[in-house]
Design a protein around this ligand. Structure first.
Ligand SMILES: C[S@@+](CC[C@H](N)C(=O)[O-])C[C@H]1O[C@@H](n2cnc3c(N)ncnc32)[C@H](O)[C@@H]1O
Length: 336
């Protein structure tokens, strides 16, 4: 992993940030936002203040670069600022703000209660669907084998950052984020994102975030990542070639795309009962899509199971890997 260097803040930026945080509610908000992604209503609940009042404070913190804001459907989340010169100051302030202060300690207790509540809700959704997923998992090779193969491919490519498209519960982020500087999981389902957030918080993954986005139209600039992973998602797609072209678009030159799915099979019940649109993919078909997307396919790897065989298809975007400016690593791509 490359060392992350930060642009030093100018004196004007530092003074603006110090002015923004020099108020008790805003300091409390900064400490809370450093511990996860929170909505205004959650922050208002913790602080015991009205939402409009909390929003006004958050706006000042955002303007000073101390806090980032992002929208997911009708919800707006806030988290510690990243990639801005002022965020180094924010980290120092949060570290200096010990948990022994009675107000901060109470805020953190309330935050822990909210996180527990969120995890319970997310867990209930996962339980409702888990039986289906377990049944499908029993049809193919042990997932640990697939994950080990994926880790090998990613380690060999040594990417600085990674996007997991159709992240679901965030499992791929858990497995692969430790090998990169920054990882982003994208999924269309709010429920799945809630499960992923709870999981990532539970395992304490600090360099992985999830955002809402459509795999057919990723809300990301071209060339944003060194690696993209699409794990057990493509069989839901009615336009798989578009999904792969989108993944290729967001890769930098030299970047790697790893697709994991089934080889062709005849288990019609997966279509009828589990919304699979495609009953697996042939190597030649995937290679053609990769080529059409401007990628260079590598030989496929098959992991035979009973009755389903998992395939790992890898392809590279031509061109030498460019040095990524540190800001690109620090600033998680903003999805609106
Ligand atoms: C079977 S889950 C796989 C999740 C994860 N990749 C894994 O292997 O653990 C498929 C995921 O694809 C997501 N998905 C389906 N259509 C999508 C779309 N158009 N854009 C983004 N995600 C989508 C679903 O919400 C679901 O979370």
């Amino acid at each position: 992993m490359e060392p992350v260097t930060e642009r030093a803040a100018s004196m004007d930026e530092l003074l603006a940030a110090l002015r923004a945080v020099a108020e008790p509610t805003r300091l409390r908000l900064l400490v809370l936002c450093a511990r996860g992604e929170l909505t205004v209503s959650e922050l208002a609940q913790i602080l015991g203040q009205s939402q409009p009042r909390v929003s006004r404070h958050l706006k000042l913190l955002c303007e000073a670069g101390l806090v980032d804001r992002f929208r997911e459907g009708s919800w707006v989340f806030y988290r510690a600022g990243s990639g801005q010169a002022a965020s180094a100051l924010a980290r120092h302030l949060v570290a200096a703000c010990g948990e022994s202060d009675a107000t901060i300690a109470l805020d953190l207790q309330r935050l822990a209660a909210i996180k527990r509540q969120r995890a319970e809700l997310a867990g209930a959704y996962f339980r409702d669907n888990a039986a289906d997923w377990h049944r499908i998992r029993s049809l193919y090779v042990d997932e640990r084998e697939v994950e080990a193969a994926l880790c090998e491919i990613i380690a060999a490519a040594a990417p600085r950052d990674l996007i997991d498209i159709g992240t679901g519960t965030g499992r791929m982020l858990e497995v692969l984020a430790p090998a990169v500087g920054h990882a982003l999981g994208v999924d269309l389902s709010r429920e799945m994102l809630a499960v992923a957030r709870a999981n990532l918080e539970h395992v304490g993954l600090e360099n992985g975030i999830v955002r809402r986005g459509d795999m057919y139209q990723l809300p990301l600039p071209d060339g944003s990542f060194d690696a993209a992973v699409i794990h057990q998602v493509l069989h839901y797609a009615d336009r798989p070639a578009v999904v792969l072209a989108e993944a290729a678009r967001v890769l930098r030159p030299g970047g790697v795309l790893v697709l994991v799915d089934f080889t062709p099979h005849t288990l019609e019940f997966l279509r009828e009962e589990h919304a699979h649109r495609r009953l697996g993919f042939a190597d030649v078909e995937v290679a053609e899509w990769f080529t059409d997307a401007g990628l260079v396919p590598a030989p496929a790897r098959h992991l035979p199971g009973d009755p389903l065989t998992v395939a790992i298809w890898t392809a590279y975007r031509p061109g030498a890997a460019a040095a990524v400016p540190p800001a690109a690593i620090l600033e998680p791509v903003v999805l609106r």
